[in-house]
Write a protein that binds this ligand. Structure first.
Ligand SMILES: [Zn+2]
Length: 131
């Protein structure tokens, strides 16, 4: 099954996530980490979801990860792939797998980040493609 381009709605940007989306617009994937307990998390939050500390900071991720799980949405007008990708840095994020033959995607497969333009312009959506 081939990937067709589909319209992607722009993400909702909040004060808490603005830096994340600004970085995405520059082709960088940021990961939020906690200086109190050392854990990294996604989606980005000011309060650490592990220890509830507010001592959290941004760091630049490698953009590398592996497919944890995925599902091909074959009945959508433009079929697409929903997936959980575990980043090399540790957190697992919900995303899409794009720019590949969907039938070749496998759990555990190495993927790399790509930034896809959204319907309403910036910021782009964070997605992954086979590495
Ligand atoms: Zn913490």
């Amino acid at each position: 099954m081939a990937a067709k381009e589909r319209k992607i709605p722009a993400p909702a940007v909040t004060l808490e996530t603005k830096a994340y989306w600004d970085a995405a617009a520059q082709g960088k994937l940021l990961v939020r980490h906690c200086t109190a307990c050392g854990e990294k998390h996604h989606y980005p939050r000011t309060l650490c979801p592990f220890c509830f500390s507010d001592r959290t900071e941004w760091s630049e991720g490698s953009g590398r990860g592996t497919v944890y799980s995925f599902s091909i949405m074959r009945r959508a007008p433009e079929p697409y792939v929903m997936a959980y990708v575990t980043l090399a840095e540790g957190p697992t994020m919900m995303t899409n797998i794009v720019d590949c033959d969907f039938d070749t995607i496998k759990i555990g497969q190495a993927v790399k980040v790509v930034f896809k333009p959204t319907e309403d312009g910036k910021p782009p959506m964070v997605m992954f493609t086979p590495a």
